[in-house]
Write a protein that binds this ligand. Structure first.
Ligand SMILES: Nc1ncnc2c1ncn2[C@@H]1O[C@H](COP(=O)(O)OP(=O)(O)OP(=O)(O)O)[C@@H](O)[C@H]1O
Ligand SMILES: [Mg+2]
Length: 230
């Protein structure tokens, strides 16, 4: 039978060292996320949420323990293989959107496909379709400063999904949005999950959006507890 786990952490620890002082950001975390789940990780500021998400996204490496994503043991990859792995398998939605200010909507969404050398026709087709999917038709030529917060977040979602990664990570995706817009953005992500069979992992402070989660974890002082599984 095919492995249904997309993310597995085995006894993962992450410490930061400031001179002699060790800051234990994550303390012996073991958990796994199944494919096609909508998983939320909540926790107070400083509890280690971004650290955890950056380990899942292979942006950062653990101090000890094993991380397996898509059946690949991350520590076995060298730098080139790691960049390749991230470009192909992971879509990252950052808290502050991280759009490129001089690129317009179309170009921002196209960018990840240029990075993986897709052919020109296929790029045009995928980007155009994704712009429609996230409801940005007609705004292709706008640059980020000419968009509302909700529209920018739609661009960030489209950019994360356009290469159809198996895993999308979102750090506080609704932090800068009013409650109506944040509801719309979350339901858009849910639709995209169903359509593209993507796994989503969110970290958030926003307790209002937890109703839509398939499973919720609480991160407290670097320790992860299951809070709710539907
Ligand atoms: N580069 C770093 N060097 C030293 N300490 C760090 C570094 N990054 C994070 N930390 C520490 O690790 C702990 C966890 O930080 P992290 O950014 O993961 O928290 P967070 O839950 O994402 O917080 P927030 O909700 O405020 O974004 C904090 O105590 C933080 O001060
Ligand atoms: Mg954070």
């Amino acid at each position: 039978m095919q492995n249904q786990e997309i993310v597995t952490f085995q006894n993962v620890r992450k410490s930061y060292f400031l001179g002699e002082v060790e800051i234990k950001a994550l303390n012996d975390i073991s958990f796994s996320v199944q494919k096609e789940k909508f998983t939320f990780i909540v926790g107070k500021s400083g509890s280690g949420k971004s650290t955890l998400l950056n380990l899942i996204g292979a942006i950062d490496a653990p101090t000890s323990g094993d991380i397996i994503i898509n059946d690949i043991m991350i520590e076995t990859l060298n730098d080139d293989a790691l960049s390749d792995f991230r470009a192909k398998h992971i879509g990252h939605i950052f808290q502050n959107f991280n759009l490129m200010p001089v690129l317009n909507v179309y170009e921002n969404i196209e960018y990840p496909l240029l990075m993986i050398n897709e052919d020109k026709n296929s790029i045009k087709e995928k980007v155009t379709k994704m712009i429609e999917d996230v409801g940005l038709k007609g705004l292709e030529k706008h640059i980020p400063s000419q968009l509302s917060g909700g529209q920018r977040q739609r661009v960030a979602i489209a950019r994360a999904l356009v290469k159809q990664p198996s895993l999308v990570l979102a750090d506080e995706p609704t932090a800068n949005l009013d409650s109506k817009t944040s509801g719309e953005i979350i339901s858009l992500m849910r639709q995209m999950k169903d359509k593209y069979k993507t796994t989503f992992i969110f970290v958030t402070h926003d307790r209002d959006i937890l109703d839509v989660a398939d499973e919720t974890y609480l991160l407290k002082d670097g320790v992860l507890e299951v809070r709710d599984v539907k």
